[in-house]
Design a protein around this ligand. Structure first.
Ligand SMILES: CN(C)C(=N)NCCC[C@H](N)C(=O)O
Length: 275
């Protein structure tokens, strides 16, 4: 715990979300998905609506992309692109089941005046693996995004891109194991990373909040921060308490239905960073 709790400041954000109208789990591309387990689309929609309303209540702007039939994972907009300084690097998905989402995102960014919209030339699952942290991008690899995509992001965005290797298949995207809290503060679950990546994270963020296994396993790190308010899955109670000790305001949200697809609040939220 810090000696003096710092004052945290919220910055209004612009997010892209997709209503889970067609949400279901009828294939398994991550260890959380079980097509045998029933899903309740109406409940997923209610949980999503609560998340959407909470962003608006906290003063954020939410834009919407239309859900398409046959793309049940489209609710996880974080995977559709990475957007920085008005440039959108649109995802190229590892699994064919999600490939159709790339066209939908590309069309959305083109229609909304982004100054550069580029389709990734390598497997790149958007903000699932490329997290903007101030003037750098933290980039995950190991299960989904190809390391070559990190170099492509560096070239397009012109910022430092640091590669981090994930080693536990349950934490298959970087945003399941690490959340950016503000430009220079993060929280993460060390065991999800290779020893080299753990050492890099320790040196970059000596005052990071370290999540325990129980909180990581309920997707507590799949969180969205505006610099002060942090939305995270409701069962991650110890992590919420750690956030409060560090001056953040935790907002527990019930995303139990959306977790059946292997995604939480962050997965449902792509940050748009205009020029
Ligand atoms: C935090 N995560 C993992 C995300 N950013 N996205 C969720 C993607 C879920 C989808 N069924 C898949 O496996 O691709």
């Amino acid at each position: 715990m810090p000696n003096r709790t710092p004052e945290r400041t919220a910055r209004p954000r612009r997010f892209l979300m997709c209503r889970p109208t067609h949400f279901t789990v009828d294939y398994a591309i991550n260890p959380w998905m079980d097509p045998e387990r029933p899903t309740d689309t109406a409940l997923a929609v209610r949980q999503w609506e609560h998340l959407h309303a909470l962003y608006r209540r906290l003063g954020h702007t939410v834009e919407l992309i239309a859900p398409l039939p046959g793309l049940p994972d489209m609710v996880y907009t974080a995977n559709g692109a990475t957007v920085l300084n008005g440039r959108a690097l649109v995802a190229t998905f590892r699994h064919p089941q999600r490939a159709g989402e790339s066209d939908a995102h590309q069309a959305w960014f083109r229609a909304h005046g982004y100054r550069e919209v580029r389709r990734a030339g390598h497997v790149n699952e958007g903000e699932g693996d490329l997290l903007v942290a101030g003037r750098r991008v933290l980039a995950g690899t190991g299960f989904r995004t190809d390391p070559a995509a990190h170099a492509e992001a560096r070239a397009l965005f012109g910022v430092q891109v640091l590669s981090l290797t994930l080693v536990d298949p349950r934490f298959y995207h970087l945003d399941t194991a690490l959340a950016v809290l503000d430009d220079d503060h993060v929280m993460y679950y060390p065991a999800a990373f290779s020893p080299d990546s753990q050492a890099l994270l320790r040196s970059l963020y000596p005052d990071a909040i370290l999540a325990g296994r129980a909180d990581a396993e309920v997707f507590g790190l799949n969180a969205v921060s505006d610099g002060r308010n942090v939305l995270l899955p409701e069962p991650a109670r110890a992590l919420a308490a750690q956030l409060a000790e560090h001056g953040y305001e935790p907002w527990p949200v019930d995303v139990s239905e959306l977790l059946k697809g292997g995604g939480g609040p962050k997965c449902c939220t792509l940050e748009l960073r205009p020029a």
